[in-house]
Write a protein of this length. Structure first.
Length: 173
C-alpha cells in the first residue's frame, strides 16, 4: 500500500483541523496505508521561518514529503485563506516536491463562506510545488468536525483510489 503524509496546519492539537485529521488518518490506516503525520506547529519556528534546511527537524519534514506517495494537506481557513503554518512549510519545498504524488487538500472553517479557499488559495499553492494529481478537496464546517460526513469519507476514498491508480506508485512497488 501507499505511504501517506498528513500535513497539519492546525495551531493546536485540540483544534478542529487536528480532530478532522484524526478521522482521515483512521480511514487511511483502515484501508491498509502507512500514514505519517507532520504538524507544522511542532517544527522549530526560527528554522521554519528562516528556511533553515540544515535544521534536523526541517530536514526530517522535507524527507517525509520526499518519501510520501500521497500527501494530505489540511488547514483551518481564516479570512478565506489557508494558515500561515501551511504556507511556511510549503515555501520550503522545492518547486517539484509534490510532482508524482497524489494530493488531497482539506480545509475547515466557521462558515460556508470559506469554502472557496480550497480552489482559489490552497490548490494553486500546491500546484506551485509541482502537484499535478490534486484530487477534489473537501471543506468541513468546524461545527461538523466531530461527526464526519459521508461526503468526507467519499473524499478520502477518492484520494485512496487515486493513489491506487497512480502510475508512480505502481512502479515503486
Amino acid at each position: 500500500m501507499a505511504t501517506i503524509l498528513i500535513v497539519s496546519g492546525s495551531p493546536s492539537p485540540e483544534a478542529p483541523t487536528a480532530i478532522l485529521l484524526g478521522h482521515v488518518s483512521d480511514v487511511l490506516k483502515s484501508l491498509g496505508h502507512e500514514v505519517h503525520q507532520l504538524s507544522v506547529r511542532d517544527l522549530p519556528t526560527v528554522a521554519l521561518l528562516s528556511a533553515d534546511l540544515l535544521d534536523p527537524a526541517i530536514r526530517n519534514a522535507m524527507d517525509l514529503v520526499d518519501r510520501a506517495d500521497g500527501v494530505v494537506v489540511a488547514s483551518p481557513v481564516y479570512r478565506a485563506a489557508y494558515s500561515g503554518l501551511v504556507q511556511s512549510l510549503l515555501n520550503l519545498l522545492r518547486t517539484t516536491a509534490l510532482a508524482g504524488k497524489v494530493v488531497l487538500p482539506l480545509a475547515n472553517g466557521g462558515t460556508q463562506g470559506h469554502l472557496v479557499a480550497i480552489d482559489y488559495a490552497l490548490r494553486p499553492l500546491l500546484t506551485a510545488r509541482g502537484a499535478t494529481d490534486v484530487v477534489p478537496g473537501h471543506f468541513v464546517l468546524d461545527a461538523d468536525v466531530s461527526t464526519p460526513s459521508p461526503e468526507l469519507d467519499a473524499a478520502i476514498r477518492r484520494f485512496a483510489g487515486a493513489l491506487a491508480e497512480n502510475p508512480g506508485l505502481a512502479t515503486a512497488s
